[in-house]
Structure formats: C-alpha cells, structure tokens
Design a protein around this ligand. Structure first.
Ligand code: FEO
Length: 176
C-alpha cells in the first residue's frame, strides 16, 4: 500500500520560516554591503566586525533551513534584493544596524506568537533561541553606538575603537 508522506510541520509555519530564512539572508547581505562601506572609510576593524556579522546571519538562516529539513518541511529560497541604505558615517551605519536588528526582533516575536497559535512547540523551542539571540544582537549594536557617540566620527579614539572591533572573533573561534 502506498502512503502519502506528509511533513510534521504546518504549511503556515513552513511559509513563515521560509520568509525568515530570506530575512536572515537579507540581513547578511546588508551587513556585507556595510562592511564594504567601512573598508572605503579605511576602518578595517569595523569592516571585520560587520563581515563576521554577515557570517552570523548566514548561520541564523541555516539554523532555520536545517530545522525545516529536520521536520520534513520544504525549503524555498527566495530572491534577495540589492541592499540599499543612506547611512554614511560609522555612527549612522550602526544606528542602521540597530534599527535593522529591532525589525528582526519584531519578526522573531511574530513567529514565536504564530508557533503558539499553531500549537507548534518544537518551533517555539527553536524560536526561544532566537528571542534570546536578538537580545544580544541589539545589545552589541547599542554598545557600539554608545562608544561611537563618545569618540565621535574621526580622530585617534575612533582609530582605537576600530582596532578593538577588529579583535572580534567568530563564534567558532570564541568557543576554542
Ligand atoms: Fe539574525 Fe542579527 O539577527
């Protein structure tokens, strides 16, 4: 007898997670663009920090991607628009990062609420990890904004801050 294979995750939840994979990859793409902008400003430490953020966002997307596959869902990759932004200075760029992270937090909260509505507690457990992660994501951007407000957009202090951000390690390096 032939049996129909059906996934253990609802279509609504799958669609929402696929949208979030796109949002995480869009974040990665934005941060890669901002890293290039920092290179143009000769701020290699800031560029390094943003490039690692690009890596982290890609890992966030993969976490959702692997989860969908694990639940026998279907991954549907979507188009990534060219990142556009108006920020010029390091301060404006990190204000943009913070605003973007707040937007991602709102999306994660909506997903969390949806998992409750769908009584999908496996997805809710995964999303709890993202709720916690977003606290850190916003905090890191806020800390850099505070530092930039103290040191200003040029001068020796900015050079030192750039050096400090250049020391950021990837998550794997940090675990060693
Ligand atoms: Fe994946 Fe920075 O949120």
């Amino acid at each position: 007898m032939q049996t129909m294979k059906s996934s253990s995750i609802s279509q609504t939840m799958q669609d929402a997670i696929n949208d979030q994979i796109q949002a995480e990859l869009e974040s990665a793409y934005l941060y890669l663009a901002l890293a290039a902008r920092m290179e143009q400003l000769h701020l290699k430490g800031f560029a390094h920090w943003l490039r690692l953020q690009w890596q982290e966002e890609t890992q966030h997307a993969l976490k959702f991607y692997d989860y969908l596959l694990q639940r026998d869902g279907v991954v549907q990759l979507k188009e990534l628009p060219t990142p556009t932004y108006e920020a010029e200075t390091p301060l404006e760029i990190f204000e943009l990062v913070l605003e973007h992270e707040k937007y991602i937090t709102r999306r994660i909260n909506d997903l969390y609420a949806l998992s409750g509505k769908e009584r999908d507690y496996a997805s809710q457990t995964l999303l709890q990890w993202f709720v916690d992660e977003q606290i850190e994501e916003e905090e890191s951007a806020r800390d850099i904004i505070d530092d930039l407000r103290l040191v200003g957009d040029s001068g020796a202090s900015l050079f030192l801050l750039d050096r400090e951000l250049g020391q950021r390690q990837s998550e794997e390096e940090g675990e060693e």
